[in-house]
Design a protein around this ligand. Structure first.
Ligand code: FAD
Length: 171
């Protein structure tokens, strides 16, 4: 089988690359699997940037900027209601998670539209051109490919030093 087999990555760049391969008539497959963090957290298709990196971070920054703008607004002529403006952390996190969910879904649709197979499975090389893919039920499948694009990223881990469990963020 002519198969370009991929672990997922910063998604837009990745999508561009594999779509080009698919356009050239290559049979393309994506493997992406999120091993749970020490807190048991997992997330959807799109890698670190979309799920727990750039995107949620920027939306939180935007939340803070809006709060500051509301405070500054009266000095520049805006008349706000007398009631104190309050922030709801729950509303913010729900909105951010909904947005991320829409991106996860959009990526799945993009892959399907390009006839790119997506497997939510953990990949390990089982030979020079062979991958073992294990899904979350422990079911194994083997795939062969001519070429592999690997972008596995990195995960935070405890440093095994005094205070790491108290002060390191591992969500
Ligand atoms: C809080 C935070 C904020 C950030 N903000 C920015 C920013 O503003 N701008 C910026 O440019 N960068 C930012 N980054 C960095 C950016 O998210 C990463 O540089 C980028 O996501 C790395 O892409 P990657 O493809 O190498 O890995 P990842 O995006 O981590 O993707 C790798 C994927 O492969 C999966 N995987 C790993 N091993 C396997 C395997 N064996 N089988 C199957 N799947 C596997 C992983 O679970 C993951 O889904 C931020 C990161 C964090 C944590």
């Amino acid at each position: 089988m002519t198969l370009l087999c991929v672990f997922l990555c910063s998604f837009n760049l990745f999508l561009f690359r594999i779509q080009e391969a698919a356009k050239l008539g290559k049979k393309v497959m994506v493997l992406d699997f999120v091993v749970p963090t020490p807190m048991g957290t997992t997330w959807g298709l799109g890698g670190t940037c979309v799920n727990v990196g750039c995107i949620p971070k920027k939306l939180m920054h935007q939340t803070a900027l809006l709060g500051q703008a509301l405070r500054d607004a009266p000095k520049f002529g805006w008349k706000l209601d007398d009631k104190a403006v309050k922030h709801s952390w729950d509303t913010m996190t729900e909105a951010i998670q909904n947005y991320i969910g829409s991106l996860n879904w959009g990526y799945r649709v993009s892959l399907r539209e390009k006839s790119i197979t997506y497997e939510n499975a953990y990949g390990e090389f089982a030979g020079p051109h062979k991958i073992k893919a294990t899904n979350n039920k422990g079911i194994e499948a083997f795939y062969t490919a001519e070429k592999f694009l690997i972008a596995t990223g990195e995960r935070p881990r405890y440093l095994d030093i005094p205070g790491d469990k108290e002060y390191c963020i591992t969500r």
